[in-house]
Design a protein around this ligand. Structure first.
Ligand code: ZN
Length: 305
């Protein structure tokens, strides 16, 4: 009888330090500093920042994309000089705020608690207030479209939410971080119709080479996460190869998408160093050159901190 193999939930070993400091431009510290699967130790935010720094990831963009996480982000970026923030209502949260009985974040019908009891307009208004009131919030995100988790009933709410977030990023002169899961056409159509903010980032880019070229031609930024290191993802590496290095960013999207060879284990900003090595080799530049370019671009997109 085959026994199910236990998943290794220990933290992957620290990679050797990058030769030049780099920004992890998309991470969810509230998930890894407070909630972890059983058996793993839970570092504090300060410990995550210190571990990341030792690996050469000296700064991070903390993304809070539901109301509790956005409020937490508002506070934490004031306490830690290494952090700036992005806030939004996630595309999978939008239908819940809109009161559409669709699916919750876990793919099941939403529980009463997940229906939130706060309307979509009201939720986005709170996001706007947080962004207006804190100059360390540097991006609106993650927002966009998700056809993987959300069925037909939720799409109108997602679309309305995405458009409102685009307008907010433009109004406040902030960068936009886009979540696009199985929704390339929808995302591109809305950007074409409404006009993208000046600094637009595809977080965890998942398109093909053709889409990468199209986005790069628009002057948008493509952020690569752990999947670009996975053996099966030659198509994603081809997409990365098609983008000028000056439009490439790196992220962990922790707690998800831990890079190879640590897939399935917990993820944290220090592991962006592993993904940076893949970015350098795919772009056929030295690791130092890749790091320097990503750092310059990160500060162009989010401003100095
Ligand atoms: Zn994310």
């Amino acid at each position: 009888m085959a026994r199910k193999r236990e998943r290794d939930l220990s933290w992957p070993p620290a990679p050797s330090a990058l030769p030049w400091p780099v920004v992890d431009n998309h991470t969810h510290l509230e998930s890894i500093a407070h909630v972890l699967p059983d058996g793993a130790t839970v570092p504090t935010v300060a410990e995550h920042v210190a571990t990341a720094r030792a690996a050469g990831i000296t700064r991070m963009v903390q993304v809070g994309c539901d109301l509790p996480a956005a409020r937490w982000t508002d506070a934490v970026v004031r306490e830690h000089p290494e952090l700036v923030g992005a806030v939004a209502i996630h595309p999978n949260e939008a239908p819940l705020h809109a009161g559409v009985l669709d699916v919750g974040p876990d793919g099941l019908p939403p529980s009463p608690a997940e229906r939130h009891g706060v309307g979509l307009d009201e939720a986005i208004a709170e996001i706007a207030a947080i962004a207006r009131g804190n100059d360390r919030i540097r991006a609106i995100g993650e927002t966009g479209m998700d056809l993987f988790r959300t069925g037909e009933a939720g799409l109108a709410a997602q679309r309305a939410s995405f458009r409102a977030h685009i307008a907010l990023a433009k109004e406040l002169g902030l960068a936009l971080q886009i979540h696009d899961r199985d929704a390339h056409t929808e995302v591109l159509d809305i950007l074409a119709a409404d006009g993208a903010p000046e600094r637009t980032v595809f977080h965890c880019f998942s398109g093909d080479e053709e889409m990468a070229r199209l986005c790069a031609d628009q002057g948008w930024y493509l952020s690569f996460a752990g999947p670009v290191t996975f053996a099966a993802n030659d198509g994603l590496r081809a997409a990365l190869r098609a983008v000028p290095l000056s439009q490439v960013l790196v992220e962990t999207d922790a707690p998800y998408l831990t890079p190879h060879p640590f897939r399935g284990r917990p993820n944290a900003p220090y592991l962006a160093a592993v993904t940076m090595a893949t970015i350098a080799s795919v772009q056929e530049v030295s690791l130092e050159e890749a790091c320097r370019a990503v750092e310059v671009t990160s500060l162009q997109v989010y401003g100095e901190w």
